[in-house]
Design a protein around this ligand. Structure first.
Ligand SMILES: Nc1ncnc2c1ncn2[C@@H]1O[C@H](COP(=O)(O)OP(=O)(O)OP(=O)(O)O)[C@@H](O)[C@H]1O
Ligand SMILES: [Mg+2]
Length: 314
């Protein structure tokens, strides 16, 4: 039976004594979907991913991978590649040797290891380095070797805990490219991260977690659209400073939440209202006589939504 669901966690809770690390976490990842699990430090991302991959037993709740209960670990994880809490590859070995070892562990034969080994090393852009000892590799290169290990058995589902953490900007971009590439191969991806641009770039859906609880979950574009009270930010660049009277005039218009001067010739207007009301705001700015150079509209972003949902005391 194929339900189209790759990962399903229901009511996951993990407590350590009195401390509740995660509480009633639900997560559904459809086949072929890329989901980002985001939240501040200590929110419970790693705990959730460990429970999902069966590395820790939750206090309560269930996990099914492709319909198989994670308690049947071997069977459930058959088609899963995962990296949780960045294990280091053995420094004395070369990527080729490591993949050979892992491949044998998976019961792959020599030929299969050679073919898949080349595929994954090319996929993570480490083929040229296959015979060099890992001890001389940068952190980003090591990370990609670990990724190659996880991809070796050609898993349909890939679960990664902060795959770009600790990498420099180039390393991040390269790893993201590798992950982006996985999309073309019908794989399902669940990654945790606190880099929101990574979610926007890579993922179609997102689950936000805070203090061990899911605070938002769903399609990225839908959530962003619904969030942040659906307000927009208008940034106006003018030739001359807008007068205080003109700014007061704009402040008083319907739909305007705030007006703020940012530097001499820039005004930032937070607005949530109808298109007609927005046209009134534009007219008022125009008629102020300050001379409009530019007017830039920005809607709610994943970032504004995250800030709202993870605000202290929210
Ligand atoms: N073995 C443990 N014993 C006690 N508390 C733990 C244990 N493991 C995790 N915790 C606590 O559970 C909470 C969630 O931790 P977790 O590692 O899942 O967070 P995280 O979202 O992955 O954070 P980070 O972004 O820092 O990786 C934290 O407050 C952490 O201190
Ligand atoms: Mg973590």
């Amino acid at each position: 039976m194929d339900s189209g669901i790759a990962i399903e966690a229901e009511g996951l809770t993990k407590t350590y004594g009195d401390f509740v690390a995660i509480s009633n976490v639900n997560l559904t990842v459809r086949k072929g979907e890329f989901m980002g699990l985001v939240g501040p430090n200590g929110a419970g991302k790693s705990t959730t991913l460990k429970a999902v991959t069966g590395l820790l037993a939750p206090t309560s709740g269930t996990v099914r991978i492709s319909g198989v209960d994670i308690k049947d670990h071997r069977h459930a994880m058959e088609h899963v590649g995962c990296i949780i809490e960045t294990p280091e590859p053995y420094p004395g070995f070369t990527p080729g040797e490591i993949l050979d070892y892992i491949g044998r562990m998976y019961g792959m034969d020599k030929r299969e290891i050679a073919i898949r080994g080349r595929d994954v090393l090319e996929e993570v852009k480490m083929w040229e380095w296959r015979n060099k000892p890992i001890s001389g590799f940068s952190k980003g290169m090591r990370q990609r070797v670990v990724l190659a290990q996880a991809l070796l058995p050609n898993p349909e589902i890939i679960i990664l805990d902060e795959p770009t953490s600790g990498l420099d900007p180039r390393g991040m971009v390269e790893t993201r490219k590798v992950l982006q590439n996985l999309k073309t191969k019908d794989r399902t991806l669940l990654i945790s991260t606190h880099i929101l641009s990574e979610v926007s770039e890579l993922c179609g859906s997102v689950t936000m977690i805070r203090d061990g609880k899911v605070v938002a979950s769903g399609d990225v574009s839908e959530l962003v659209h619904r969030s942040a009270k659906n307000g927009i930010t208008l940034t106006v660049g003018t030739l001359r400073p807008m007068s205080s009277e003109a700014l007061d005039g704009v402040s008083g218009l319907e739909g305007v939440k705030s007006v703020e001067r940012k530097g001499e010739n820039t005004v930032v207007i937070e607005f949530a209202g109808s298109p007609e009301q927005q046209a009134e705001v534009t007219r008022a700015v125009f008629e102020s006589g300050a001379g409009i150079l530019s007017m830039n509209e920005r809607g709610a972003t994943l970032e504004s939504m995250y800030m709202e949902l993870t605000e202290e005391g929210a």
